[in-house]
Design a protein around this ligand. Structure first.
Ligand SMILES: NC(=O)c1ccc[n+]([C@@H]2O[C@H](COP(=O)([O-])OP(=O)(O)OC[C@H]3O[C@@H](n4cnc5c(N)ncnc54)[C@H](OP(=O)(O)O)[C@@H]3O)[C@@H](O)[C@H]2O)c1
Length: 326
Protein backbone atom coordinates (compact mmCIF):
# COMPACT_ATOMS: atom_id res chain seq x y z
CA UNK A 1 0.00 0.00 0.00
CA UNK A 2 1.02 3.62 -0.51
CA UNK A 3 1.71 5.97 2.36
CA UNK A 4 3.32 9.29 3.18
CA UNK A 5 6.21 8.60 5.51
CA UNK A 6 8.19 10.93 7.77
CA UNK A 7 11.68 9.44 7.77
CA UNK A 8 13.31 12.45 9.43
CA UNK A 9 11.52 15.38 11.13
CA UNK A 10 11.18 18.27 8.72
CA UNK A 11 8.88 20.41 6.55
CA UNK A 12 5.98 18.96 4.49
CA UNK A 13 8.09 18.92 1.30
CA UNK A 14 10.48 16.43 2.95
CA UNK A 15 7.77 13.83 3.62
CA UNK A 16 8.34 10.73 1.45
CA UNK A 17 5.62 8.95 -0.54
CA UNK A 18 6.35 5.26 -0.83
CA UNK A 19 5.19 1.63 -0.80
CA UNK A 20 4.84 0.30 2.71
CA UNK A 21 4.21 -3.32 3.72
CA UNK A 22 0.95 -4.05 5.52
CA UNK A 23 1.96 -5.41 8.95
CA UNK A 24 0.35 -8.04 11.16
CA UNK A 25 -2.74 -7.02 13.07
CA UNK A 26 -2.02 -6.97 16.84
CA UNK A 27 -4.58 -8.21 19.37
CA UNK A 28 -7.38 -5.75 20.07
CA UNK A 29 -6.81 -3.83 16.83
CA UNK A 30 -8.58 -3.28 13.51
CA UNK A 31 -7.18 -2.29 10.14
CA UNK A 32 -8.92 0.43 8.15
CA UNK A 33 -8.93 1.16 4.47
CA UNK A 34 -8.49 4.89 4.97
CA UNK A 35 -10.76 6.99 2.71
CA UNK A 36 -10.11 10.47 4.08
CA UNK A 37 -7.68 12.00 6.52
CA UNK A 38 -8.00 15.32 8.32
CA UNK A 39 -4.96 17.58 8.01
CA UNK A 40 -4.20 19.91 10.89
CA UNK A 41 -1.55 22.11 12.41
CA UNK A 42 -0.92 19.27 14.87
CA UNK A 43 0.00 16.96 11.97
CA UNK A 44 2.35 19.53 10.47
CA UNK A 45 4.01 20.16 13.85
CA UNK A 46 4.39 16.43 14.59
CA UNK A 47 5.97 15.86 11.16
CA UNK A 48 8.34 18.75 11.83
CA UNK A 49 9.33 17.41 15.28
CA UNK A 50 7.94 20.62 16.81
CA UNK A 51 5.24 19.02 18.97
CA UNK A 52 5.62 17.69 22.52
CA UNK A 53 4.83 14.17 21.26
CA UNK A 54 7.59 12.84 18.97
CA UNK A 55 6.55 9.49 17.45
CA UNK A 56 9.35 7.01 16.70
CA UNK A 57 10.57 7.36 13.10
CA UNK A 58 9.51 6.42 10.50
CA UNK A 59 5.78 7.12 10.73
CA UNK A 60 2.90 8.20 8.56
CA UNK A 61 1.42 11.57 9.59
CA UNK A 62 -2.32 12.16 10.00
CA UNK A 63 -3.89 12.15 13.47
CA UNK A 64 -7.54 11.80 12.46
CA UNK A 65 -9.10 9.77 9.68
CA UNK A 66 -12.08 7.78 8.46
CA UNK A 67 -12.58 4.67 6.37
CA UNK A 68 -13.93 1.13 6.26
CA UNK A 69 -12.72 -1.70 8.44
CA UNK A 70 -10.93 -4.25 6.27
CA UNK A 71 -9.67 -6.62 9.00
CA UNK A 72 -10.33 -7.22 12.70
CA UNK A 73 -8.10 -9.11 15.15
CA UNK A 74 -9.56 -12.43 16.32
CA UNK A 75 -10.32 -11.09 19.80
CA UNK A 76 -12.30 -8.03 18.59
CA UNK A 77 -16.04 -8.59 18.89
CA UNK A 78 -17.37 -5.04 18.82
CA UNK A 79 -16.58 -4.18 15.18
CA UNK A 80 -16.86 -5.99 11.88
CA UNK A 81 -15.32 -5.90 8.43
CA UNK A 82 -16.99 -3.35 6.17
CA UNK A 83 -18.09 -1.02 8.96
CA UNK A 84 -17.54 2.71 8.36
CA UNK A 85 -15.63 4.32 11.22
CA UNK A 86 -13.67 7.39 12.27
CA UNK A 87 -10.50 6.95 14.27
CA UNK A 88 -7.44 8.77 15.43
CA UNK A 89 -4.21 8.80 17.36
CA UNK A 90 -1.14 10.92 16.72
CA UNK A 91 -0.22 9.35 13.37
CA UNK A 92 -1.29 7.03 10.56
CA UNK A 93 -3.90 8.81 8.43
CA UNK A 94 -1.88 9.77 5.34
CA UNK A 95 -1.80 6.15 4.33
CA UNK A 96 -4.04 3.78 2.40
CA UNK A 97 -4.43 1.57 5.46
CA UNK A 98 -4.13 2.27 9.17
CA UNK A 99 -4.10 0.02 12.23
CA UNK A 100 -5.86 1.34 15.33
CA UNK A 101 -7.03 -0.09 18.67
CA UNK A 102 -10.66 -1.24 18.28
CA UNK A 103 -11.57 1.07 21.16
CA UNK A 104 -10.42 4.08 19.10
CA UNK A 105 -12.65 3.31 16.09
CA UNK A 106 -16.08 4.94 16.31
CA UNK A 107 -18.84 3.89 13.88
CA UNK A 108 -20.11 6.80 11.78
CA UNK A 109 -23.65 7.44 10.60
CA UNK A 110 -24.51 6.40 7.01
CA UNK A 111 -25.31 10.03 6.21
CA UNK A 112 -21.83 11.25 7.21
CA UNK A 113 -19.29 11.34 4.38
CA UNK A 114 -15.75 10.11 4.97
CA UNK A 115 -14.49 13.67 4.37
CA UNK A 116 -16.72 15.03 7.13
CA UNK A 117 -15.92 12.15 9.49
CA UNK A 118 -12.18 12.63 9.00
CA UNK A 119 -12.37 16.11 10.52
CA UNK A 120 -15.20 15.57 12.95
CA UNK A 121 -13.99 14.12 16.21
CA UNK A 122 -11.20 16.43 17.40
CA UNK A 123 -12.63 19.79 16.43
CA UNK A 124 -16.27 19.30 17.44
CA UNK A 125 -15.41 17.38 20.59
CA UNK A 126 -12.97 20.11 21.64
CA UNK A 127 -15.61 22.78 21.09
CA UNK A 128 -18.36 21.00 22.97
CA UNK A 129 -16.10 20.10 25.90
CA UNK A 130 -14.82 23.67 26.06
CA UNK A 131 -18.27 25.26 26.02
CA UNK A 132 -20.22 22.72 28.04
CA UNK A 133 -17.87 21.51 30.76
CA UNK A 134 -15.24 24.27 30.93
CA UNK A 135 -16.96 27.62 30.20
CA UNK A 136 -20.52 26.50 30.98
CA UNK A 137 -21.61 28.67 28.07
CA UNK A 138 -25.23 29.77 28.28
CA UNK A 139 -27.68 30.66 25.53
CA UNK A 140 -27.59 34.40 24.92
CA UNK A 141 -23.98 34.82 26.05
CA UNK A 142 -21.45 36.41 23.72
CA UNK A 143 -18.56 34.23 22.56
CA UNK A 144 -15.43 35.46 20.82
CA UNK A 145 -13.82 32.78 18.62
CA UNK A 146 -10.15 33.38 17.75
CA UNK A 147 -8.64 31.55 14.76
CA UNK A 148 -12.22 31.41 13.49
CA UNK A 149 -11.18 30.50 9.95
CA UNK A 150 -9.21 27.44 11.14
CA UNK A 151 -10.34 23.91 11.96
CA UNK A 152 -10.84 24.29 15.72
CA UNK A 153 -12.31 27.80 15.43
CA UNK A 154 -14.78 27.02 12.66
CA UNK A 155 -16.17 24.00 14.53
CA UNK A 156 -16.43 26.27 17.59
CA UNK A 157 -18.70 28.65 15.70
CA UNK A 158 -21.04 25.85 14.62
CA UNK A 159 -21.31 24.31 18.10
CA UNK A 160 -21.75 27.66 19.85
CA UNK A 161 -24.57 28.67 17.52
CA UNK A 162 -26.43 25.43 18.30
CA UNK A 163 -25.98 26.24 22.02
CA UNK A 164 -27.59 29.64 21.46
CA UNK A 165 -24.57 31.91 21.84
CA UNK A 166 -23.98 35.15 19.99
CA UNK A 167 -20.73 34.55 18.10
CA UNK A 168 -18.05 37.05 17.16
CA UNK A 169 -15.50 35.44 14.84
CA UNK A 170 -11.97 36.86 14.61
CA UNK A 171 -9.70 36.04 11.69
CA UNK A 172 -6.86 37.58 9.70
CA UNK A 173 -8.29 37.58 6.18
CA UNK A 174 -11.49 38.53 4.41
CA UNK A 175 -11.76 34.99 3.05
CA UNK A 176 -11.61 33.47 6.55
CA UNK A 177 -14.11 36.02 7.90
CA UNK A 178 -16.52 35.26 5.05
CA UNK A 179 -16.22 31.54 5.82
CA UNK A 180 -16.96 32.21 9.51
CA UNK A 181 -20.02 34.25 8.57
CA UNK A 182 -21.23 31.42 6.33
CA UNK A 183 -20.98 29.09 9.32
CA UNK A 184 -23.32 31.34 11.30
CA UNK A 185 -21.07 33.82 13.10
CA UNK A 186 -23.08 36.95 13.96
CA UNK A 187 -20.07 39.23 13.46
CA UNK A 188 -16.66 38.74 11.88
CA UNK A 189 -13.80 41.02 12.87
CA UNK A 190 -10.20 41.62 11.86
CA UNK A 191 -7.47 40.63 14.34
CA UNK A 192 -5.28 43.66 13.55
CA UNK A 193 -4.37 45.02 17.06
CA UNK A 194 -5.24 48.61 16.11
CA UNK A 195 -8.90 47.75 15.43
CA UNK A 196 -9.51 44.50 17.33
CA UNK A 197 -10.53 45.79 20.79
CA UNK A 198 -12.47 48.78 19.44
CA UNK A 199 -14.59 46.52 17.24
CA UNK A 200 -15.33 44.27 20.23
CA UNK A 201 -16.35 47.30 22.32
CA UNK A 202 -18.56 48.53 19.52
CA UNK A 203 -20.28 45.15 18.99
CA UNK A 204 -20.85 44.50 22.72
CA UNK A 205 -21.86 48.08 23.55
CA UNK A 206 -18.76 48.46 25.74
CA UNK A 207 -19.67 45.47 27.94
CA UNK A 208 -17.13 42.96 26.59
CA UNK A 209 -17.54 39.29 25.71
CA UNK A 210 -18.58 36.54 28.12
CA UNK A 211 -16.33 33.81 26.75
CA UNK A 212 -13.18 33.71 24.58
CA UNK A 213 -12.37 30.51 22.64
CA UNK A 214 -8.62 30.74 22.02
CA UNK A 215 -6.75 28.20 19.86
CA UNK A 216 -4.23 30.85 18.75
CA UNK A 217 -2.27 32.30 21.68
CA UNK A 218 0.48 34.84 20.96
CA UNK A 219 -0.30 38.54 21.33
CA UNK A 220 -4.02 38.01 20.65
CA UNK A 221 -4.56 36.30 24.00
CA UNK A 222 -3.99 39.35 26.19
CA UNK A 223 -5.99 41.59 23.86
CA UNK A 224 -8.90 39.16 24.02
CA UNK A 225 -8.62 38.70 27.79
CA UNK A 226 -8.75 42.49 28.22
CA UNK A 227 -12.02 42.44 26.23
CA UNK A 228 -13.81 40.07 28.63
CA UNK A 229 -16.94 41.19 30.45
CA UNK A 230 -17.39 40.85 34.22
CA UNK A 231 -17.28 37.12 35.12
CA UNK A 232 -15.83 36.30 31.70
CA UNK A 233 -14.09 33.00 30.90
CA UNK A 234 -11.08 32.71 28.61
CA UNK A 235 -10.68 29.19 27.19
CA UNK A 236 -7.04 28.21 26.56
CA UNK A 237 -7.21 25.75 23.65
CA UNK A 238 -4.00 26.03 21.65
CA UNK A 239 -1.05 28.07 20.48
CA UNK A 240 -1.26 28.15 16.69
CA UNK A 241 0.67 31.43 16.69
CA UNK A 242 3.66 29.53 18.08
CA UNK A 243 4.00 31.53 21.32
CA UNK A 244 2.59 30.62 24.70
CA UNK A 245 1.51 34.03 26.01
CA UNK A 246 1.94 35.38 29.52
CA UNK A 247 -0.87 37.34 31.16
CA UNK A 248 -0.84 39.98 33.96
CA UNK A 249 -3.00 38.16 36.50
CA UNK A 250 -4.46 41.37 37.93
CA UNK A 251 -6.69 41.40 34.81
CA UNK A 252 -8.48 38.32 36.15
CA UNK A 253 -9.04 40.07 39.49
CA UNK A 254 -10.40 43.25 37.93
CA UNK A 255 -12.91 41.36 35.80
CA UNK A 256 -13.85 38.52 38.14
CA UNK A 257 -12.65 36.50 35.17
CA UNK A 258 -11.28 32.98 34.80
CA UNK A 259 -8.57 31.50 32.62
CA UNK A 260 -9.78 27.98 31.84
CA UNK A 261 -7.76 25.17 30.27
CA UNK A 262 -9.18 22.80 27.65
CA UNK A 263 -7.48 19.50 26.85
CA UNK A 264 -9.60 17.08 24.85
CA UNK A 265 -7.16 14.16 25.09
CA UNK A 266 -6.78 14.27 28.89
CA UNK A 267 -10.53 14.85 29.32
CA UNK A 268 -11.55 11.98 26.99
CA UNK A 269 -8.94 9.32 27.66
CA UNK A 270 -7.65 9.95 31.20
CA UNK A 271 -10.09 11.81 33.42
CA UNK A 272 -13.68 11.80 32.15
CA UNK A 273 -14.24 9.18 29.43
CA UNK A 274 -17.92 8.70 30.32
CA UNK A 275 -18.63 12.44 30.02
CA UNK A 276 -16.71 12.53 26.73
CA UNK A 277 -18.85 9.64 25.43
CA UNK A 278 -21.98 11.65 26.31
CA UNK A 279 -20.58 14.63 24.39
CA UNK A 280 -19.97 12.50 21.31
CA UNK A 281 -23.51 11.14 21.57
CA UNK A 282 -24.80 14.72 21.67
CA UNK A 283 -22.80 15.75 18.60
CA UNK A 284 -24.00 12.74 16.63
CA UNK A 285 -27.58 13.48 17.71
CA UNK A 286 -27.21 17.07 16.46
CA UNK A 287 -25.82 15.68 13.21
CA UNK A 288 -28.73 13.21 12.88
CA UNK A 289 -31.32 15.94 13.49
CA UNK A 290 -29.67 18.25 10.95
CA UNK A 291 -28.84 20.93 13.55
CA UNK A 292 -25.13 20.31 13.04
CA UNK A 293 -24.09 20.46 9.40
CA UNK A 294 -20.29 20.12 9.64
CA UNK A 295 -18.50 22.11 6.96
CA UNK A 296 -15.12 21.06 5.68
CA UNK A 297 -12.71 23.43 3.97
CA UNK A 298 -10.67 22.36 0.97
CA UNK A 299 -10.59 18.65 0.13
CA UNK A 300 -7.11 17.82 -1.21
CA UNK A 301 -6.32 14.86 -3.47
CA UNK A 302 -4.01 12.19 -1.99
CA UNK A 303 -1.24 13.51 -4.22
CA UNK A 304 -1.67 16.97 -2.59
CA UNK A 305 -1.24 15.88 1.05
CA UNK A 306 2.03 17.81 1.47
CA UNK A 307 0.36 20.93 0.06
CA UNK A 308 -2.41 20.62 2.67
CA UNK A 309 0.15 20.71 5.50
CA UNK A 310 2.04 23.52 3.87
CA UNK A 311 -1.16 25.62 3.46
CA UNK A 312 -1.91 25.10 7.16
CA UNK A 313 1.59 26.11 8.25
CA UNK A 314 1.38 29.23 6.09
CA UNK A 315 -2.08 30.22 7.38
CA UNK A 316 -3.61 29.76 3.93
CA UNK A 317 -6.05 27.00 4.90
CA UNK A 318 -9.67 28.06 5.37
CA UNK A 319 -11.84 25.69 7.43
CA UNK A 320 -10.93 22.09 8.13
CA UNK A 321 -8.49 20.73 5.52
CA UNK A 322 -9.13 17.14 4.48
CA UNK A 323 -7.10 14.78 2.28
CA UNK A 324 -9.03 12.24 0.22
CA UNK A 325 -7.07 8.97 0.35
CA UNK A 326 -7.48 7.04 -2.90
N1 LIG B 1 -6.74 21.82 23.59
C1 LIG B 1 -7.16 20.87 22.80
O1 LIG B 1 -7.72 19.85 23.23
C2 LIG B 1 -6.94 21.01 21.32
C3 LIG B 1 -7.67 20.22 20.42
C4 LIG B 1 -7.44 20.42 19.05
C5 LIG B 1 -6.51 21.37 18.62
N2 LIG B 1 -5.82 22.09 19.53
C6 LIG B 1 -4.84 23.11 19.11
O2 LIG B 1 -5.56 24.20 18.55
C7 LIG B 1 -4.68 24.92 17.69
C8 LIG B 1 -5.39 25.26 16.39
O3 LIG B 1 -5.59 24.09 15.64
P1 LIG B 1 -6.35 24.14 14.23
O4 LIG B 1 -6.41 22.73 13.77
O5 LIG B 1 -7.58 24.95 14.33
O6 LIG B 1 -5.31 24.93 13.35
P2 LIG B 1 -5.61 25.74 11.99
O7 LIG B 1 -6.75 25.10 11.27
O8 LIG B 1 -4.31 25.84 11.32
O9 LIG B 1 -6.10 27.17 12.51
C9 LIG B 1 -5.32 27.93 13.37
C10 LIG B 1 -5.57 29.41 13.13
O10 LIG B 1 -4.61 30.09 13.95
C11 LIG B 1 -4.22 31.29 13.34
N3 LIG B 1 -2.76 31.47 13.36
C12 LIG B 1 -2.11 32.53 13.88
N4 LIG B 1 -0.80 32.42 13.75
C13 LIG B 1 -0.58 31.26 13.12
C14 LIG B 1 0.60 30.60 12.68
N5 LIG B 1 1.82 31.11 12.91
N6 LIG B 1 0.48 29.42 12.03
C15 LIG B 1 -0.74 28.89 11.83
N7 LIG B 1 -1.91 29.48 12.23
C16 LIG B 1 -1.82 30.66 12.87
C17 LIG B 1 -4.75 31.25 11.91
O11 LIG B 1 -5.83 32.17 11.87
P3 LIG B 1 -5.59 33.68 11.39
O12 LIG B 1 -4.86 33.60 10.07
O13 LIG B 1 -6.96 34.19 11.30
O14 LIG B 1 -4.76 34.31 12.47
C18 LIG B 1 -5.30 29.85 11.71
O15 LIG B 1 -6.48 29.85 10.92
C19 LIG B 1 -3.42 24.07 17.53
O16 LIG B 1 -2.43 24.62 18.38
C20 LIG B 1 -3.86 22.71 18.03
O17 LIG B 1 -2.79 21.96 18.53
C21 LIG B 1 -6.02 21.93 20.87
Amino acid sequence: MKAYVVEAFGPPEAIAFQDVAVGELPKGHVRLRVRASGASLLDALIAAGRYQVKPPLPFSPGSEFAGEIEAVAADVTTLKVGQRVMAGGFTGGFSQTAVVPAIAAVPIPDAMSFETAAGFHTNYMTALHAFRQRAELKAGETLLVLGAGGGVGSAGIEVAKIMGARVIAAASSEEKRAFATKLGADHAIDIAPEVFRDRLKEITGGRGVDVVYDPVGGQLTELAFRSLAWRGRHLVVGFAAGTIPALPVNLALLKGAALVGVDLARFSFMHEPAVAAENLKQLLAWFASGQLKPQVGRVYAFSEAREALSDILNRRAVGKAVVRVD
